[in-house]
Design a protein around this ligand. Structure first.
Ligand code: AMP
Ligand code: GLY
Length: 422
C-alpha cells in the first residue's frame, strides 16, 4: 500500500522511518515533508490545510492510507472531508473527525468533557468578552499563580501563567481583545497544579485502544526547565516514575473514562490520543488532550514500538485493533533537539548542516531542514532530533549527546540537561 503522511516535522520523519520498515508498505509520501523525509520517502509540495491539494495527491499517487501528523488539519475537518468525498471515502485517514478533534481544538470543550466523565483535571471557569468583569472577580478568589488559557488553537502559545494579579488581568483582557486571534474569544482560568508532567499516548479505532510507551518532554528553552516555552527541546521514554501503579491510575481514572465518554457521545475517534498529564503527589490529572502524537515525544515513543506500525494503523482503520500485536522495546530512548539559536523567538534559516554522515548508533530525525543546492540546510527553529537507545536512561542520553557533538551548523543550540530530573 502507498501511504501519505501529512506534516513537515520530526514526528512525521519518525512515522515515515518506522513505516518504511513495514513489508506491507510500498511507497511513502510526505507532504510537505523535509530533507529527512525525502530520504525515507517522497516529498510532495502540498499544504495539509488545503484539502483539495491533499485529495489530488491521494488520487495521483494511489494512496491507500493517510496519516495526519499535526492537529490543525484535523481540527479544520480533514477527516470529515474524506468521509464526505465519494473518492476519498474509501481511503482511511488516521486522525479523528472534527467533532472529536475538539478535544484539542477547544479547551472549553475538553474541560466540559472531563467534567462530564469525572476525569481528574484542574478546576476552571470559562469567560468571554461579555463576562470580563466576572473573570476579573474570579481571579481575585484564586491564589497565585494564575493560569490563563485561550480556548482555541494557538500554536502552543495560548497558555499563560502569571504570578501577579494585575498582570493576569492585563493578559486576560489582551487575550479576549485578540492577542491570539479568534482562539482567544473564550478564555479559561484554571487552578494551578503543582507536580511533574508526562505525556501518555494511546492509539484507538474508537472501540478498543492500545497504550503506547509514555514519555517526558522538556518544553522550556533553557537549562533546568527555565526560559520560554517551546515545542519541545528533547524527550525520554520510559518515564521512571510512571510505574505500574501510576499507569493503572492513568488507565482507570483517565483513559477508560475518556473512551467511555467518546462512545457515549457517539464521537468516533480513530487515531492517536495524547494525554498531557501532571502527577500531583502520585495522582494523575489531565492538563490537556491532543489528538495526535507529540513532537518530540514521537521521536522516543515510536522507536520503542517493536511491532509493525502499519499493522496497528490498519487495525485502527479496519476497526480490529484488538486483534493486533503491540510489542514494546524495554530499552530507554532519548532524543535531544538541536535548534537554531534564538528559537522560539527570532532565528536564522538556511545554514549548512555538517556531520550528518558521521553519526552512529542513533537515528537523526529531521524537524526543520530542507535541501537547497543539493545540500541539507536549516529551515526552522527546531532542526534535528537525535534519538538513541540504551539499557539505562544515561546510556541513551550519552548516545544522543555524543552524536549531537558530531553535528554542527551556525548558531546551533541545544539543552545539555535532558532527563536531568529523572
Ligand atoms: P498546554 O498548552 O495546555 O499544554 O499548557 C502548557 C503548559 O502550561 C503545560 O505543559 C504546563 O506546564 C502548564 N500548565 C497548563 N495548565 C496548567 C495548570 N492547570 N497548572 C499548572 N501548570 C499548567
Ligand atoms: N511536545 C508537545 C506537543 O507535541 O504538543
Amino acid at each position: 500500500m502507498n501511504i501519505l503522511i501529512l506534516g513537515a516535522g520530526g514526528r512525521e520523519h519518525t512515522l515515515a522511518w518506522k513505516l518504511a520498515q513495514s513489508k506491507k508498505v510500498n511507497r511513502i509520501f510526505v507532504g510537505p515533508g523535509n530533507a529527512g523525509t525525502s530520504e525515507a520517502g517522497t516529498n510532495l509540495k502540498i499544504d495539509p490545510e488545503n484539502f483539495q491539494e491533499v485529495k489530488n495527491a491521494v488520487v495521483d499517487n494511489k494512496i491507500g492510507m493517510v496519516i495526519a501528523g499535526p492537529e490543525v488539519p484535523l481540527v479544520a475537518g480533514i477527516h470529515d472531508f474524506f468521509i464526505n468525498d465519494p473518492y476519498l471515502r474509501s481511503v482511511p485517514l488516521i486522525g479523528p473527525v472534527s467533532s472529536a478533534a475538539r478535544l484539542e481544538g477547544s479547551k472549553d470543550f475538553a474541560k466540559a468533557f472531563m467534567s462530564r466523565y469525572n476525569i481528574p483535571t484542574a478546576a476552571y471557569k470559562t469567560f468571554d468578552k461579555s463576562s470580563l468583569r466576572q473573570a476579573c472577580d474570579f481571579l481575585k478568589t484564586l491564589e497565585p499563580p494564575y493560569v490563563l488559557k485561550a480556548d482555541g488553537l494557538a500554536a502552543g502559545k495560548g497558555v499563560l501563567i502569571k504570578h501577579d494579579i494585575q498582570e493576569a488581568e492585563k493578559e486576560l483582557k489582551a487575550i479576549i481583545d485578540g492577542k491570539f486571534g479568534p482562539a482567544g474569544r473564550k478564555v479559561l482560568i484554571e487552578q494551578f497544579l503543582k507536580g511533574v508532567e508526562l505525556s501518555v499516548f494511546i492509539i484507538t479505532d474508537g472501540k478498543s485502544y492500545k497504550l503506547l510507551p509514555e514519555a517526558k518532554d522538556y518544553k522550556r528553552a533553557g537549562e533546568g526547565d527555565t526560559g520560554l516555552n517551546t515545542g519541545g527541546m528533547g524527550a525520554v521514554s520510559p518515564v521512571p516514575f510512571a510505574d505500574n501503579d501510576f499507569m493503572e491510575k492513568v488507565r482507570q481514572r483517565i483513559i477508560d473514562p475518556t473512551m467511555k465518554g467518546l462512545k457515549e457521545e457517539k464521537i468516533e475517534f480513530k487515531g492517536f490520543i495524547y494525554f498531557g498529564l501532571i502527577s500531583v503527589k502520585g495522582d494523575p490529572y489531565v492538563i490537556e488532550y491532543n489528538v495526535r502524537m507529540g513532537d518530540p515525544e514521537a521521536e522516543v515513543v515510536i522507536p520503542r514500538i517493536k511491532s509493525d506500525l502499519f499493522e496497528l494503523l490498519e487495525g485502527v482503520a479496519n476497526g480490529d485493533l484488538d486483534k493486533r500485536e503491540l510489542e514494546i522495546d524495554e530499552r530507554f530512548v532519548s532524543t535531544v533537539m538541536l535548534v537554531s539559536e534564538g528559537y522560539p523567538g527570532h532565528y536564522e534559516k538556511g545554514r549548512d548542516i555538517f556531520g550528518l554522515d558521521f553519526t552512529n548508533n542513533c537515528v537523526v530525525f529531521h524537524a526543520g531542514t530542507k535541501v537547497a543546492d543539493n545540500k541539507v540546510v536549516t529551515s526552522g527553529g527546531r532542526v534535528l532530533a537525535i534519538s538513541s537507545w540504551g539499557k539505562t536512561l544515561q546510556e541513551a542520553l550519552d548516545g544522543s549527546y555524543r552524536n549531537a557533538g558530531i553535528i554542527s551548523f551556525d548558531n546551533i543550540y541545544y539543552r545539555t540537561d535532558i532527563g536531568f530530573d529523572l
